[in-house]
Design a protein around this ligand. Structure first.
Ligand SMILES: Cc1ncc(COP(=O)(O)O)c(C=O)c1O
Length: 385
């Protein structure tokens, strides 16, 4: 990513750190709006259910609620979050394929009635709720193009789908459609479009057996750029749109985007705590690291673009380390950086997905506080969470 472009940001990070402390995560509601509307443009007619897991933050939910968005939940905590923001439960689905009975009841009590299953054990749990619950059958489509291949862990085999649909019919459980997730940061759109084609085939086979399906949920996985290269989501989705157009006209299509909506909306602000010269490398110890906001480098396998808006001078071989006492807590090694001072600010970009959500407080280094800018209209213009 071009550092000059990143540094052109109008946000005064020093002022934010003075007011709110460090480390911080700056969440920009306008970026959420922009991502949501560009994905809407790329997938016209598809109901976009924001998957809360990459960034379960109430300001994101509130911004999307103002845009008449939909939501994808997976846990009781996520149910609590949307309920607290006042989201209509009819605009939510619960897409965790494996749930306890108590989780099903928790979501139903809120009013969320659409769930996902992918096996007979899960299907049988819904016999007790067959008069209220509507189900989507998740089908597995493996994706070797991504490190986050969610179909390894979830989804029935394509050959099993028809049998499960018939079993549901025998149990009197209402399966209304199919769902899939082709893996997160799915850089190849053919993974989505091939999965849509395969589901279209299953829908036709089911219809031939007298089982009418009305819904297809194409999951999440829509990627963002982590290297500063321009990325056009409308162009990316072209093969997906082409395949969606072949579905029977009565099929309602929904999606569960997470990363695409939230990743570009958060900027990490951390500060240098200490500096040590070790051999030919200058080590900078920041107050945030891979146990904190940079946890996505471990769990999500992403590397975030960095910038140093206030640094100048001759670049030298450096290491950027997190604050904890663990040696794994290193953000970047062998990089050329201008000299930094104690207290100097380091910026991490595109850090709104699977970062803070998976951060820990190991060693009692607290998680970064949020500062929301351009937030929902009913909240203050800038507020710290
Ligand atoms: C069921 C489900 N839906 C949606 C998502 C969001 O995916 P992404 O962030 O890749 O869009 C995930 C991610 O794990 C998921 O498991």
């Amino acid at each position: 990513m071009k550092l000059s472009a990143l540094n052109a940001s109008p946000i005064d990070y020093r002022k934010l750190v003075t007011e709110h402390g460090s480390p911080l995560l700056v969440l920009d509601g306008d970026a959420i709006r922009k991502q949501y509307s560009s994905l809407q443009k790329a997938l016209p007619g598809v109901a976009l259910h924001y998957a809360l897991k990459p960034l379960p933050h109430d300001a994101v939910i509130a911004v999307l609620k103002e845009l008449d968005g939909y939501f994808d939940l997976a846990t009781n905590g996520e149910v609590d979050l949307v309920r607290d923001v006042g989201v209509d439960p009819a605009r939510c689905i619960h897409s965790h394929p494996i749930k306890r009975d108590s989780d099903i009841r928790y979501a139903l009590e809120y009013g969320c009635k659409t769930f996902v299953v992918d096996n007979i054990c899960e299907l049988e749990k819904f016999v007790a709720y067959k008069d209220v619950a509507k189900l989507l059958l998740r089908v597995s489509f493996r994706n070797p193009d991504t490190k986050i291949d969610l179909s390894k862990k979830f989804g029935c085999r394509q050959e099993e789908a028809l049998t499960l649909l018939k079993q549901a019919k025998e149990l009197g459980v209402n399966i209304i459609g199919l769902s899939f997730h082709v893996g997160s940061q799915a850089v190849n759109p053919m993974r989505h479009s091939n999965a849509v084609a395969a589901c279209n085939q299953i829908i036709a086979e089911a219809a031939a057996q007298g089982i009418t399906l009305s819904t297809l949920d194409i999951g999440g996985g829509f990627p963002v750029s982590y290297d500063g290269k321009a990325f056009d989501i409308v162009e990316y989705c072209a093969p997906i749109r082409e395949e969606l157009a072949k579905l029977p006209a009565h099929i309602r299509v929904l999606a569960e985007p997470g990363r695409y909506i939230s990743a570009p909306a958060v900027t990490s602000v951390s500060s240098v705590m200490g500096i040590a010269q070790r051999g030919d490398q200058t080590w900078y110890y920041l107050d945030d690291g891979v146990y904190g906001s940079y946890s996505g480098q471990i769990y999500d396998h992403m590397v975030y673009p960095l910038s140093f808006p206030y640094a100048s001078g001759k670049p030298q071989l450096s290491v950027l380390s997190g604050p904890t006492c663990d040696s794994i807590d290193v953000i970047r090694e062998d990089i050329m950086l201008p000299p930094l001072k104690v207290g100097e600010i380091v910026i991490g970009h595109v850090m709104g997905a699977y970062t803070w959500a998976s951060a820990t407080e190991f060693n009692f280094f607290r998680k970064a506080n949020f500062v929301v800018v351009n937030g929902p209209r009913q909240m203050k213009a800038v507020n710290a969470a």
